[in-house]
Design a protein around this ligand. Structure first.
Ligand SMILES: O=C(O)C1=C[C@@H](OP(=O)(O)O)[C@@H](O)[C@H](O)C1
Ligand SMILES: C=C(OP(=O)(O)O)C(=O)O
Length: 441
């Protein structure tokens, strides 16, 4: 996933204005594809994100016997049908499944495979091979699934499922929707009620979407349950726009003088828009308008205008999961604010596509901004007069969110910047640059 190519990003020639849409939500797209593959019958999907990560989920389920018939639409989204394996279960694949760069794909698959008597080797790219998997295999082993080598943290890992899964109540050690989802998806096929309790609320797309596929879930703050044995039936899903992608457009409008934009058709699921709450607390001109629902997912629009006087704030540990993927771009915004911003308990950043905690500190350091860690907290001392030094080259470390964050430093700043391996944006937002440039006045 990484290359040495450096892309030069030129400053925007004028402010951003007008309306934008962002591609489909990545988390919801993964779930739409994976749940359809598990279901009996043919599901209809639209608005699905066309990106490398979602393609990893699509090819994984195709290898397991689902019939994926999604094609690119005029707006760049994917739409079409997925015929699931349903009661027949996934087919024994003849080769290892390569989950590419996608943590969501491999971790959700571990739960999906747990109830079936097949043996599957799961693997990924060099980044995914560094990410922890025991957080998923540990609860699934309690349910009866087997992993080889037993207790291994890193991919490749070989899983053998069992139809005799046991329901469990699991107190998750971290707020992770991937962990919660893996356990709940296995729990659909276990006898009895499977419950996941979390230390802080994580995104709840699984709890919202499973009932659309005919599986009842119960959920409250920091807990979700499913009662098995049950089964998924085909459904229809339209995926709303990705708030994590919208966060980059919003940050661009906030930082580029004179800008004012409206981003339409975005998921406004409260578990995903912690970045809006944080921007409000920084004094940013942001407004959200709820306009309806896609399935059980609330959606609407976000309006953002340039804000010259941002101030630092503290983001408590309980809210971190609601903005976990937006911390790199929020850190860049905080670098332009007056005062110190503190992100509390962000140790999870160390185990994303790269060590995002170290990479944020490294990139802000290049900009001359003081950023440091204290325990698992990230602190940033902003500078409202921030100027981009000449000749900067940032390293994305092959991480899409970092590639977009450092590109914004160049787009909204006074100097061009280089971004090494900018191509990583294809993981979640292939048309990022075009979408920003389309808003240029
Ligand atoms: O469930 C999901 O779709 C995701 C959950 C989060 O990861 P964790 O479960 O590791 O917190 C997030 O960072 C990731 O981008 C997508
Ligand atoms: C962490 C991310 O994704 P994943 O865990 O699916 O690789 C992300 O998209 O920022």
């Amino acid at each position: 996933m990484s290359s040495d190519a450096v892309q030069i990003i030129e400053p925007l020639s004028g402010p951003l204005s007008g309306t934008a849409t962002v591609p489909g939500d990545k988390s919801i797209s993964h779930r739409a594809v994976l749940f359809s593959a598990m279901a009996e019958g043919t599901s209809q999907l639209s608005g699905v994100l066309d990106s490398q990560d979602v393609r990893s989920s699509m090819s994984a389920v195709a290898q397991l016997g689902a019939k994926v018939n999604l094609s690119v639409q005029s707006d760049g989204s994917l739409a079409g049908t997925v015929e699931g394996w349903g009661a027949a279960g996934p087919a024994q694949p003849s080769a290892p499944i390569d989950c590419g760069n996608s943590g969501t794909t491999v971790r959700l698959l571990m739960g999906i495979l747990a109830p079936w008597p097949i043996t599957v080797t799961l693997d990924g790219d060099s980044s995914l091979r560094r990410r922890p998997m025991r957080r998923i295999t540990a609860p699934l082993m309690k349910m009866g699934a087997k992993f080889a080598p037993a207790g291994q943290e890193l991919l490749p890992i070989t899983e053998t499922g069992t139809p005799a899964l046991r329901a469990i109540t699991y107190d998750a050690p971290m707020a992770s929707a991937q962990l919660k989802t893996a356990v709940l998806l296995a729990g659909v096929f276990a006898e009895g009620t499977t419950t996941v309790n979390e230390p802080a609320p994580s995104r709840n797309h699984t709890e919202l979407m499973l009932p659309e596929f005919g599986v009842a879930t119960t959920a409250a703050t920091r807990t979700a349950s499913v009662t098995g044995p049950s089964a998924l039936e085909a459904s229809t899903v339209h995926v709303p726009g990705d708030p994590s992608s919208a966060a980059f457009l919003a940050a661009a409008a906030l930082l580029k003088p004179g800008s004012s934009i409206c981003i339409k058709n975005v998921s406004l699921n409260p578990a995903r828009i912690g970045f809006l709450r944080t921007l409000e607390r920084m004094g940013a001109n942001v407004e959200e308008r709820h306009e309806g629902q896609e399935g059980k997912e609330p959606n609407g629009s976000i309006t953002v205008s340039y804000t010259p006087h941002l101030r630092g704030c503290e983001i408590p540990a309980q809210h971190i999961a609601s903005l976990i993927d937006e911390i790199p771009v929020l850190a860049l915004v905080a670098a332009h604010a007056h005062g110190v911003t503190v992100f509390k308990e962000v140790g999870e950043l160390r185990v994303k596509e790269t060590d995002r905690l170290a990479a944020i500190i490294e990139g802000l350091g290049l900009l001359g901004v003081d950023a440091w860690e204290e325990g698992n907290n990230l602190l940033i001392e902003g500078n409202p007069q921030l100027e981009v030094p000449e000749g900067l080259v940032f390293d994305s470390h092959g991480d899409h969110r970092l590639a977009m964050t450092w590109a914004l430093a160049g787009l909204c700043g006074n100097q061009p910047v280089g971004v090494r391996d900018f191509g990583a944006v294809a993981v979640s937002y292939p048309r990022f640059l075009e979408d920003i440039e389309r808003l240029e006045r």
